[in-house]
Design a binder for this molecule. Structure first.
Ligand code: NDP
Ligand code: MG
Ligand code: MG
Length: 332
């Protein structure tokens, strides 16, 4: 079972004694920078000149400099720019500004796990990854609570890397909720697998296949949309609150019986065999290499897939139906 750490296990004075740079001011970056500041930590934000996020960070009272300047000033550098550009930002702005005993931090292990960033041996390499979107992380902190975080140390040059990571997690409210110790390998591989096989890829393909089955059988797309996409939220909310058990307690006995007898026919041994292949391609680096090649080629296939799904009858039907739902916010 996982090892858990709380406020009493973490010493906030460690991070308060360091100079922190937060590179990036998006979903995670803004939450980390603001909450660390409110925890009494010396924080600066690193962003390119003229970037959109600069205005926001400055309006919220933070000092903003370039990523290189922030890295030069600081001795703890949290890299919260998008994963595909982290290695570029590291090479251009961080690497030459690292001194013995400095620390680089990540919110996701992708670039370390797959060696796109190869830090030298004299620095600490840590991860503090909240298990929630940045806006929830910030809101919970402001309300005196926190979002659980996972914490990992890839390289402990100083002997104090784990205590430093726990202290950072306390600074953003993570230890108020609880922090779980993991490794860069476990976090990265499970994160990629979860989003591909279950949360994003698995769920979207399941919804599309169900919708197409009904429409091809002659049912109206609007009705198929409600049954295969819209109602999913209700089911997922119940699972989130109380697992499969609460969801099954809430649905009808007929729905529950259908769940038991038909679910395993949809997600069957063949599906699970494919999941194992997907996991294998994550573990052996095939996925990461292919994705970085696609990204560096200017995203040709990515844009093709995006366009095809955007034009799908499921999506055109949904755009129309959501206009009938005054309580649904359809902004991206
Ligand atoms: P976002 O896309 O929300 O934000 C990225 C930020 O980086 C923006 O402020 C952007 O500025 C800035 N930026 C872009 N280029 C540069 C550059 N060259 N130098 C400095 N800053 C730059 O990222 P996320 O917060 O979603 O992700 C950050 C990290 O956190 C990733 O590793 C991700 O995997 C991880 N993570 C994300 C979670 C989430 O909830 N989103 C959850 C857990 C981990 P501008 O807007 O001006 O372009
Ligand atoms: Mg992910
Ligand atoms: Mg129904």
């Amino acid at each position: 079972m996982a090892e858990l750490f709380y406020d009493d296990d973490a010493d906030l004075s460690i991070i308060q004694g360091r100079k922190v740079a937060v590179l990036g001011y998006g979903s995670q970056g803004h939450a980390h920078a603001l909450s660390l500041r409110d925890s009494g930590v010396d924080v600066r934000v690193g962003l390119p000149e003229g970037s959109k996020s600069r205005v926001k960070a400055e309006e919220q009272g933070l000092r903003v400099v370039t990523a290189a300047e922030a890295s030069a000033e600081a001795d703890v550098i949290m890299i919260l720019v998008p994963d595909p550009i982290q290695s570029k930002v590291y090479e251009e702005s961080v690497k030459d500004n690292l001194k013995d005993g400095d620390a680089i931090f990540f919110g996701h292990g992708f670039n370390i796990r797959f060696d796109f960033i190869k830090p030298s041996a004299n620095i600490d390499v840590c991860m503090v990854a909240p298990k929630g979107p940045g806006h929830l992380v910030r809101r919970q902190y402001e309300e005196g609570r926190g979002v659980p975080c996972i914490v990992a140390v890839e390289q402990d040059a100083t002997g104090g890397a784990f205590a430093l990571a726990l202290s950072y997690a306390k600074g953003i409210g993570g230890t108020r909720a609880g922090v779980i110790k993991t490794t860069f390998t476990e976090e990265t591989e499970t994160d990629l697998f979860g989003e591909q096989a279950v949360l994003c890829g698995g769920a979207t393909s399941l919804v599309k296949a169900g919708f197409e089955t009904l429409v091809e059988a002659g049912y109206q797309p609007e009705i198929a949309y409600f049954e295969c996409l819209h109602e999913l939220k209700l089911i997922v909310d119940l699972m989130y609150e109380g697992g499969l058990e609460k969801m099954r307690w809430s649905i009808s006995e007929t729905a529950e019986w259908g769940d038991y007898v038909s679910g395993p026919r949809v997600v069957n041994d063949g599906t699970k065999a494919e999941m194992k292949k997907i996991l294998g391609e994550i573990q052996d680096g095939t996925f990461a290499t292919n994705w970085m090649n696609e990204y560096n080629a200017g995203l040709p296939k990515y844009n093709e897939y995006k366009k095809a799904d955007g034009d799908h009858l499921l999506e055109t039907t949904g755009r129309k139906l959501r206009k009938l739902m005054s309580w649904v916010d359809d902004e991206a």
